[in-house]
Write a protein that binds this ligand. Sequence first.
Ligand code: 0X9
Ligand code: ZN
Length: 407
Amino acid sequence: MNIRYALPALCVALLAFTPVDKKDDTQYWMKVRATDKFTRTQIANTGVVIDSVREDFVAAVGNAEEKAQLEAMGLVEVSFPLTAEMDFPAKDAAFHNYDEMTTKLRDLTTRHSGISRMQSIGKTVEGRDIWNVEISGNLAQAETLPAVVFMGGHHAREHLSVELPIYYIEYLLTEYANGNPRIKRLVDSRDIHIIPLVNADGAEYDISNGSYKAWRKNRANVGRGSYGVDLNRNYGFGWGGAGASTSPSSDTYRGPQAFSEPESIAIKNFIEQHENITILLSFHTFSELILYPWGHIYDSIAVARDKQVHETMAKKMATWNGYTPQQSSELYIASGDTTDWSYGEHKIISFTFELDPKDAWGTSGFYPGADVIPQVQQKNLEPILYLIEYSDNPYRVIDGDGPILKP
Ligand code: 0X9
Ligand code: ZN
């Protein structure tokens, strides 16, 4: 047949065989109540895929029909469609959603398996894994090396705070592979932990259905139709003090007790299992600040040397990123934050960075746009390398010993 006739004929044939009833193929993520294996079996029998099992619920993915069946059984607590809209708005596509982040971390740690490993340190309320990437030239004996931990994403809408940890994982692994001598020396002599996204449920919720929700907390059902505990008010040092709300509907709700949330428990357990950690940095946004304890009281750290180390390091890091170094409570009193606990309970030298921008109206500062990602990653690179460097003995910064790892 002549090509001029073949194409139209093919189209007609294809149209004839195209099914007219277009089945809705939307997949839904569901939190489904289940306390025993029998209920879980019933749930599985609807055809959904169960991807995690917790004491009193499962996380499942299924289609509209399966969702309807589970709803009829009265078991669905939370559900949302896993459509293309379950992602950052197109203009912010450079940000990583949870799946993109997980895939990237898996790829990187697989490609650089000699010096890195990826481990779940616990699960979120909705059953997502909280990932830690450990980087060291001596993984077999990493616990004998000085350790440092970086984390991001305690607050859902602070997506930029997740992009920095992801980038530093990539940077350290690829620069090591490229033979960068400074990175090689750092990685070979240190145990580096990077937890990019603590509040994975909140971050996913914040981008669900195609628009930002300015969500802050985790996604715990806290009763009376309210959701969320502020994870940066849930840590157990000075918990219950000022600057944290007792009201479940508040954005700074401290939770029913210290460490009531699986996300903060995961961090607590992780820190307590890694006694070699000497320095911690938790990324937040925004205001361009370098904060250090205390945050729950106006008093400064009583141990003179500890105070001096925090101040000296904060000032030094500020020379690179241009942020303002100050004690946390200079900003405002807030109890139950990560760094008061890590320093107060474990004497870990601890910082909170409030990343760019410096100021903004309303919640717009949490959504500065993808364009800023590279510059914020770059301006904070030197502070990160500095903290890795001094994790062998942070007191070197006041005792006058110079950097021992610089080329
Ligand atoms: O309030 C917070 O948790 C942090 N700011 S944010 O805008 N990212 O929410 C600041 C925590 C600083 N710590 C204290 N002031 N205690
Ligand atoms: Zn924050």
